[in-house]
Design a protein around this ligand. Sequence first.
Ligand code: O7E
Length: 221
Amino acid sequence: MEKKSCMILALDVSDREEALKIAEDVSEFVDAIKVGYPLILATGLGIIRELAEFAPIIADFKVADIPNTNRLICEQVFEAGAEAVIAQGFTGRDSLDACIEVASEYRKDVFVVSEMSHPGGAEFLQPVGEAITRMAAEAGAFGLVAPATRPERVKAIRKIIGEKLTIISPGVGAQGGKASDVIAAGADWVIVGRAIYKAESPREAARKIATEIEVEIKGEN
Ligand code: O7E
């Protein structure tokens, strides 16, 4: 996945036409589009190939099962045309290994959720987030999913993985995170959903966040 705007669109709408229109409108400002249960359950897995015309697709199924089931899920996801899949880390190393094995067969990537951005993410997952991060690095994942609502946690995860893995970070906008803060904390990409797809002009909203990130990155150099 090429790093240009450092932004990923979370396309959680449930209408096919709306999804395709938003993807086309904002494609200039995003490096990838994340699709998950809301859009795929509503429109079918074929939406991945349709959207791939505009940007690489990350399939957010938060895969969290036994190794054999994880393998079967990942095969479907990559056959459907996704460039990457998102897996949960809490199911353990063997389950994650199954996702990474399938991804490498297809020459695709796996992102692992270490901890989540919502308030409940601090309840059970955060205390084991750093252990999950280390496991994901050892297993050879491409990147981690870390919360934009807690830039200090992004910083801590970056410290553990160094420059070896990437970090994608959801929680910007509707959940209160600020794109420039999370990039400054060490995320490679921010993931933005409602702040773009619910905006009056998704294109203008995406442009604004992309500019904020660009200013932050230029300021660092
Ligand atoms: O709040 P929004 O509308 O900007 O959407 C955020 C998206 O990121 C949404 O699809 C949600 O399911 C996802 N997400 C989080 O918000 N928090 C997390 O901790 C993890 C995810 C996620 O996508 O995990 C895999 C990247």
